[in-house]
Design a binder for this molecule. Structure first.
Ligand SMILES: C[S@@+](CC[C@H](N)C(=O)[O-])C[C@H]1O[C@@H](n2cnc3c(N)ncnc32)[C@H](O)[C@@H]1O
Length: 268
């Protein structure tokens, strides 16, 4: 059996590798390579055996003569192709901004409340690296189980502890570097953060409605535990890559949610 490091370094596709078969921007198939299997598409068929031993980035010809490319999946490709979503997930455009604002990185220890499908969890685990850790609280065991399966598929289980519990009152960790909350009433979790996080730690909250943002801001004004408060909404517009007709796509994601950022301070 190949180690993760061997797979990472390998220039050629081997049995057991994940491959992103790229036909065009609308036809990208993430598959785990198995001898004897085939990949079907409306543009034709290709055998896994014809991909094994080929180098990353090489073209391969489908049964119809159409061309596809063998791409090594990125973390983004793997995340977006997770087989099971059981809750609303935070979109990459929001996750990216939240992680950048939080300042976390290699070796960070992080709190997450509301795991759901585990999209944000996976991105946090990826960001903190093997020396870091993500401590998560989720009230519904069935969601935690799905998130655990997703993390296992991504090879990130070792960096994450998921506890079945209420992030508003059950957190036992101390000295963490940042907190991420994606629960319906994050304002009720703010008071306990002082015991969990290092002083001045960044806190990131994701909520889908303005009504919830108002309640978070009101709680911060009341409890006086946050400064440097910012509220963001990120909009991502993709353009069609045609040199003769360069313009945005007709459709875009209109709304995901709001990000509230603040730095935890000692009560004044
Ligand atoms: C929208 S989902 C989270 C999705 C997740 N951020 C993702 O990107 O996949 C919200 C989750 O918070 C959980 N939840 C709600 N209140 C909670 C609480 N007080 N403590 C812990 N988890 C909670 C719900 O069960 C649900 O799974």
């Amino acid at each position: 059996m190949l180690s993760d490091e061997e797979r990472l370094q390998s220039r050629a596709v081997r049995e057991g590798d994940y491959v992103l078969l790229y036909i065009d921007n609308r036809r990208k198939r993430l598959v785990k390579i198995r001898e004897g299997a085939v990949i079907n598409s409306d543009k034709g068929v290709v055998k896994h055996d014809d991909i094994i031993g080929r180098e990353w980035g090489e073209p391969v010809t489908l049964s119809t003569g159409a061309k596809a490319y063998i791409l090594k999946p990125t973390f983004y490709d793997l995340l977006m192709n997770l087989p099971k979503r059981v809750t609303q997930v935070i979109y990459p455009k929001d996750i990216a901004l939240m992680i950048m604002l939080s300042g976390i990185g290699y070796g960070s220890k992080v709190l997450e409340g509301g795991v759901g499908t585990g999209f944000l969890t996976a991105a946090l685990a990826y960001s903190v690296g093997p020396e870091g850790h993500v401590y998560c609280y989720e009230i519904r065991k069935e969601f935690a189980d799905v998130a655990k399966r997703n993390l296992k598929l991504l090879g990130l289980s070792d960096r994450v502890t998921i506890k079945i519990g209420d992030v508003r009152k059950d957190v036992t960790e101390t000295g963490l570097d940042a907190a991420f909350l994606d629960i319906p009433d994050p304002w009720n979790a703010l008071n306990s953060l002082s015991e969990t996080l290092k002083p001045s730690a960044p806190v990131l909250i994701f909520v889908p409605t303005v009504n919830q943002v108002i309640k978070v801001v009101r709680a911060l004004e009341e409890h006086k535990i946050g400064v440097d408060i910012h509220i963001y909404e990120s909009m991502l517009r993709e353009y069609q890559p045609k040199s003769e007709a360069l313009r945005p796509h007709t459709l875009m994601i209109g709304h995901t949610g709001y990000i509230v950022f603040f730095r935890l301070v000692k009560r004044s």
